[in-house]
Design a protein around this ligand. Structure first.
Ligand SMILES: [Zn+2]
Length: 67
């Protein structure tokens, strides 16, 4: 499964984004704890910002970590 990079000069099909930042921080507006994510296209380096509510984090059972 791929998405296409939204940078018009790239538009590459992307299977995996590079992790640039995953900072746990507090929103100034609501005081909620969030994970402030920055992801990058591996083809052109275009960065994408998004945020995840702390409550969305789901612990993965340890056996699922074994590839
Ligand atoms: Zn790109």
């Amino acid at each position: 499964m791929t998405i296409n990079c939204r940078n018009p000069r790239c538009n590459a099909p992307v299977e995996r984004l590079a992790l640039v930042q995953a900072n746990v921080t507090q929103t100034p507006e609501f005081g909620d704890w969030i994970v402030d994510l920055v992801l990058a296209c591996p083809a052109c380096g275009q960065q994408y910002a998004t945020a995840l509510a702390n409550a969305e984090l789901q612990p993965i059972p340890s056996e699922a970590n074994d590839d």
